[in-house]
Design a protein. Structure first.
Length: 279
């Protein structure tokens, strides 16, 4: 038992030491801190719904983050999971269902499932940024080109940043449209952002819990001119937002954008534009 306690103490001490050392050596710089409502702000309204997106607009989040899948007949729809099981009154994989079938379903707050085009139109009308995450891309070959065309038709290229764990998809987006901004997403166990693809990505999106364990990731990205927008796993809490801000992240992709906005206001960050496309 004593050995276990010592091991736990050591495991807790490592991130604390890293954070203290990083904050001691890190030189702060003027930056924008962008607030993105994760799934529309899942702590405040049912995720990925019109209610959530309208709420994000009302509370003045800078961006709405949401998840994109595709039906078997080619309609891009908004849902986090591969299936409709958790969030609707139906069951089944989105990739195996038609848009007509999905239209009959209702999400947990009684709303219909939204399409990608509907969210783009909503954000455009509110002059809000779009952070679409392309999900399960192996199921949906060509989804990136389809999503890009919708954004292009809506004249929202300059207000869109595509996210994905699939870096090949992001590279293809850059080939199709060099001006589009992309952010490769990093998950559990990914500590190093030096091997980013595409190499001209403007932003990296590591998991906040990994940044907590290795805050040097922030300096690593900043050294090559990239911003760091963190997303949160199990520690999506204002205390964690505050810690990430103190470490110098450029964006919070979080479930409670109200709390994040309050903290950013308190921290008096200086405004500057999102970086332009990298060579």
């Amino acid at each position: 038992m004593k050995n276990l306690r010592n091991l736990l103490a050591l495991l807790l001490a490592i991130p604390v030491f890293n954070i203290l050392l990083y904050r001691t050596l890190n030189v702060s710089r003027p930056r924008t801190v962008q607030i993105a409502a994760h799934r529309g702000g899942a702590a405040l309204a049912a995720e990925n719904t019109r209610a959530a997106f309208n709420n994000a607009i009302r509370i003045h989040a800078d961006w709405i983050e949401f998840d994109v899948h595709r039906t078997i007949d080619g309609v891009l729809v908004i849902m986090h999971d591969d299936t409709v099981n958790r969030m609707t009154n139906g069951k089944g994989f989105i990739k195996d269902m038609t848009w007509e079938q999905l239209q009959r379903l209702r999400v947990v707050n009684g709303e219909p499932i939204m399409t990608f085009e509907e969210v783009v139109a909503l954000a455009k009308n509110a002059a809000m940024g779009l952070l679409p995450e392309l999900k399960s891309t192996s199921y949906y070959p060509g989804i990136e080109a389809q999503a890009l065309e919708i954004v292009r038709r809506a004249d929202c290229l300059s207000k869109t940043i595509f996210l994905s764990f699939d870096w090949d998809v992001l590279e293809h987006l850059k080939e199709l449209e060099p001006e589009i901004k992309v952010a490769p997403v990093y998950g559990p166990g990914q500590w190093d952002v030096s091997e980013t693809r595409p190499t001209n990505a403007e932003i990296v999106a590591p998991m906040a819990e990994m940044v907590l364990l290795n805050p040097w990731m922030i300096r690593q990205a900043h050294a090559v001119g990239r911003q760091v927008w963190v997303w949160f796993g199990v520690l999506d809490h204002p205390a964690m937002y505050r810690l990430m801000l103190s470490l110098g992240v450029d964006g919070l992709i979080c479930n409670d954008p109200v709390a994040a906005r309050r903290l950013v206001g308190q921290s008096h960050q200086l405004a500057s534009p999102i970086p332009e496309g990298r060579a």
